[in-house]
Each structure stands twice: as structure tokens, then as C-alpha cells.
Design a protein around this ligand. Structure first.
Ligand code: IPE
Ligand code: IPE
Ligand code: MG
Length: 247
């Protein structure tokens, strides 16, 4: 089976899941945290190498202050509570995004967990926190511009691989598969550069409803996709009737 090297998940629909049950959005976030825990375990058990979870976007700062505060507390609480399990399951925890924008208590717990798990070599678990694809690209562009103006880099040496190496996510391969829940068919500023050739799979269920079986199903669907990367299919060659000679 063709297994992805990197799966990224846009965990969407917590609020609507809760609202459908006449509960506050925060209730949905709690249920979402439980779903994330299950999927992390499934990914580690399945032997996946890289899993990125989009937990909070740059644009999510524009939500009501009470919701943002709740999400920050929940993140800190969840990461702290999972430290033991991360160590037990040999999971290396990392983040991408503007960590400096996160409240100090969250930042401290994140940094402590990153340091604690730095020697683990099982699943790389990446939380995208205060992450935005455009912001990541702009930061990389600025850093490259600075190198050029300092005379450390020649403009003509800027190519895809140099640019990708300047991105904060450069330690990750591009996501082979991006999963989004809640039926929304958009990237919402996630992995804009990296998603160039990602397979995308949208589930018509809210994130709190996403199960380990759904994750397995996604892996299975991925293995059946034919990725062409702009080339022609090897599986279905052109028949003579379709060659240029008959045009
Ligand atoms: C995903 O669920 C969690 C975050 C974006 C932090 P939402 O909070 O976006 O829930 P919906 O999409 O409004 O239902
Ligand atoms: C994307 O979900 C961000 C995360 C899942 C963290 P949003 O709920 O913020 O996306 P939009 O607003 O529906 O595009
Ligand atoms: Mg949403």
C-alpha cells in the first residue's frame, strides 16, 4: 500500500458540531481535543512519520476574545496532559506558526514539550499554531531579501528548493494528503506553498465526529489515488486514435 509520508489535517467543525447539540462552541472544542488525541494515537500506531494538525490559524485571532481565550487554555491543558503519552509513544512534538503571538503560559508549555520530546524518533507531531501560509511565505521572502541585500545570496540562486528551505516547515516533507472535516472545500490559508501537489480529502462530518476508522479510510483512499505531478498516466497510455497524427 502506498503510504503517505506526511498527513496534514484541517480540524474543522467543532463549533457547528456543538451548536447542533445546542451547546456552546467551547463544548465543541473540548470534543475536538478528544478527537485529536485519538487520531494522534492512530497515526503513531499506523507508523506514520509526519502528522500536522491545524489547530489555530492566524485568522482565528479575529474570533471573539472569550473563544480565543478558551482555545488557548485548552491547548495548554491538552499539550501538558499529553506529555507522558508523547514520551511513552516515542512521539516528537513540534510546532509551526507565530509562537510569539501565543500567550506566555501556552508558549512555555509548548517549548517545554518540544524540548522534552526532541530525542524521540517515532511520529513527528506538528501543531500549526497561529499559523498562516501567506505569513509563512512572506517571512521567508523577507529573510531571503535580507540575505540578498547583505550580499550573502544571489537573486539567481533563488529556486524552489532554496525557497522551501527558508520556510518554517522546511523540516517536513510536503503533505501527501490533506484531510479537512466539516465539508468545507478550502485550504483557509493552510500550507499554501506545500499543498502544490497534495491530495485533498474532505469529510462531510465535523471534527469531533472524526474517528480512527475515518483516518484508516483516508489512508486507504490515498493509496488508490493516482498522483501524476503534471505528467501523463502510466496506467492508461494514449491509444493510437488519440495521437497527434489523427488530429
Ligand atoms: C475548528 O472548528 C477549530 C478551530 C478553527 C480553532 P471551528 O471552531 O472552526 O468550528 P466551525 O467551523 O465554526 O464549526
Ligand atoms: C481553519 O478553520 C483553521 C483551523 C482548523 C485551525 P476555520 O474555521 O478557521 O476556516 P474558515 O474560516 O471556515 O475558512
Ligand atoms: Mg471552522
Amino acid at each position: 500500500m502506498d503510504t503517505p509520508r506526511h498527513v496534514a489535517i484541517i480540524m474543522d467543525g467543532n463549533g457547528r458540531w456543538a451548536q447542533m447539540r445546542n451547546r456552546p462552541r467551547t463544548y465543541g472544542h473540548l470534543a475536538g481535543a478528544r478527537a485529536a488525541k485519538k487520531i494522534i494515537t492512530s497515526a503513531a500506531t499506523a507508523g506514520l512519520k509526519n502528522l500536522t494538525l491545524f489547530a489555530f490559524s492566524t485568522e482565528n485571532w479575529s474570533r471573539p476574545e472569550t473563544e480565543v481565550r478558551f482555545l488557548m487554555r485548552l491547548l495548554a491543558h491538552q499539550i501538558l496532559r499529553e506529555q507522558k503519552n508523547l514520551m511513552k509513544n516515542n512521539i516528537r512534538f513540534r510546532t509551526i506558526g507565530e509562537l510569539s503571538r501565543m500567550p506566555a503560559p501556552v508558549r512555555d508549555i509548548v517549548e517545554q514539550t518540544v524540548a522534552m520530546t526532541a530525542g524521540n524518533n517515532g511520529l513527528n507531531l506538528v501543531f500549526a499554531l497561529s499559523y498562516g501560509g501567506r505569513q509563512e511565505i512572506i517571512r521567508a521572502a523577507r529573510e531571503l531579501a535580507e540575505k540578498v541585500s547583505a550580499g550573502e545570496l544571489k537573486v539567481e540562486n533563488i529556486d524552489e528548493s532554496l525557497f522551501a528551505n527558508q520556510l518554517e516547515s522546511s523540516f517536513l516533507p510536503d503533505p501527501d494528503l490533506i484531510i479537512r472535516t466539516s465539508g468545507e472545500e478550502r485550504l483557509s490559508n493552510f500550507f499554501l506553498w506545500q499543498a502544490a501537489y497534495s491530495e485533498i480529502l474532505v469529510f462531510n462530518k465535523f471534527w469531533p465526529e472524526f474517528t480512527s476508522d475515518d483516518f484508516k479510510y483516508a489512508m486507504n483512499i490515498f493509496s488508490q489515488r493516482e498522483r501524476r505531478f503534471g505528467r501523463v498516466s502510466v496506467a492508461a497510455p494514449l491509444t493510437p486514435a488519440h495521437t497527434v497524427a489523427t488530429l
